[in-house]
Design a protein around this ligand. Structure first.
Ligand code: ADP
Length: 319
């Protein structure tokens, strides 16, 4: 293999830049040529492709977002779109592709691999919802952003004796809500993987009040439903002054944490190692602090699961 490509796709995540940097530098270290593809699969089909050098990835390790930009493309889900993409890769003489993104992006990489084009997937998403890795790039940064926000809201909650419902990202995955709720001592954590028990939430609020607690924090993942509606239900059931904050896209941005930069550097470099070893259709990940790789199809088939012990602990600590 002499020439590889790299793209970022789907939702951006802090640390994607550190991953791009690792791919480019590791590839050049091994005398490979590297081409960057802008705007994900959309840019791939359009041939938005340029050669990257060591300096192309200078001064980006600490930046959020992605210098390669990201996009979503329905056309790429079709066989015609994938054929267009492969045509471009062949035109540029690119022999292997590294895709940094979430499970949707991995589906695209799987389709290309099926058509004989070697791809490696690097998990980059704040949701931490990819099987085969303990952590995805961006999760730790998003978690810290959420915690910083909740800490601030807690000051107001305490001063005004209010109950706060805080809606965090996570349509299908509750990791961000679970970890943030545990790290912030939330009274209740509501995640899509668990059916929420409204009466238990209300009982906890009431028990807290009985022992003199005047404020409460409830963390809700967006997949559970609207934070505003949930806040209204709580107010109706308890008459407590209830406020709602939806953190929204603030959770996606910002400078990656040390942990995400290190993870991104390790995973990006490992993806290059796999291509050099002649592997295709694999995803990279970290498990028990060891670099691992798995078959993309297997990873896509597996349902994301939450850490049961952590969920149980969060309940035990918020009695
Ligand atoms: P994420 O990678 O963050 O999960 P998306 O689900 O939006 O983000 O997927 C990103 C892109 O990956 C899509 O816009 C599409 O171009 C491509 N993609 C998703 N699913 C498929 C599929 N089944 N086949 C081919 N490409 C896909």
């Amino acid at each position: 293999m002499k020439r590889i490509g790299v793209l970022t796709s789907g939702g951006d995540a802090p640390g994607m830049n550190a991953a791009i940097r690792a791919v480019v530098r590791k590839a050049i270290f091994h005398d490979l040529e590297v081409y960057g593809i802008k705007y994900g699969y959309q840019g791939l089909m359009e041939g938005n492709i340029f050669k990257m050098e060591v300096g192309s990835v200078g001064d980006i390790i600490h930046r959020g977002g992605t210098i390669l930009y990201s996009a979503r493309s329905d056309e790429f889900k079709t066989p015609e779109g994938q054929a267009r993409g492969i045509q471009q890769l062949e035109k540029f003489g690119i022999e292997g592709l590294i895709v940094i993104g979430g499970d949707g992006s991995f589906r695209g990489a799987q389709k290309l691999t099926e058509r004989g084009y070697p791809c490696i997937g690097v998990p980059g998403t704040i949701d931490n919802d990819i099987a085969g890795t303990d952590f995805t790039i961006g999760f730790d940064t998003a978690l810290n952003t959420v915690i910083e926000a909740i800490d601030k809201i807690r000051d107001t909650a305490t001063s005004h004796e209010r109950t706060y419902v805080i809606e965090v990202m996570g349509r299908d995955a509750g990791d961000l809500a679970l970890w943030a709720g545990l790290a912030d001592g939330a009274e209740s954590i509501l995640i899509p993987e668990r059916k929420d028990d409204f009466s238990e939430v209300i009982q906890k609020l009431q028990r807290g009040r009985e022992r003199g607690k005047k404020h409460s924090i409830i963390v809700l993942a967006e997949g559970v439903g609207s934070g505003f509606k949930y806040g209204e239900r709580i107010h109706q059931a308890t008459s407590l002054e209830t406020r709602v904050t939806v953190l929204g896209h603030i959770q996606r941005g910002g400078s990656p944490t040390a942990s995400d930069r290190v993870l991104a550097s390790r995973l990006g470099a490992y993806a290059v190692d796999l291509l050099l070893a002649g592997k295709a259709g694999r995803t990279v990940g970290i498990q028990n602090n060891h670099l691992v790789d798995h078959d993309i199809l297997e990873v896509l088939k597996k349902q994301h699961t939450i850490n049961e012990d952590m969920y149980k602990l969060s309940q035990e600590l918020s009695i």
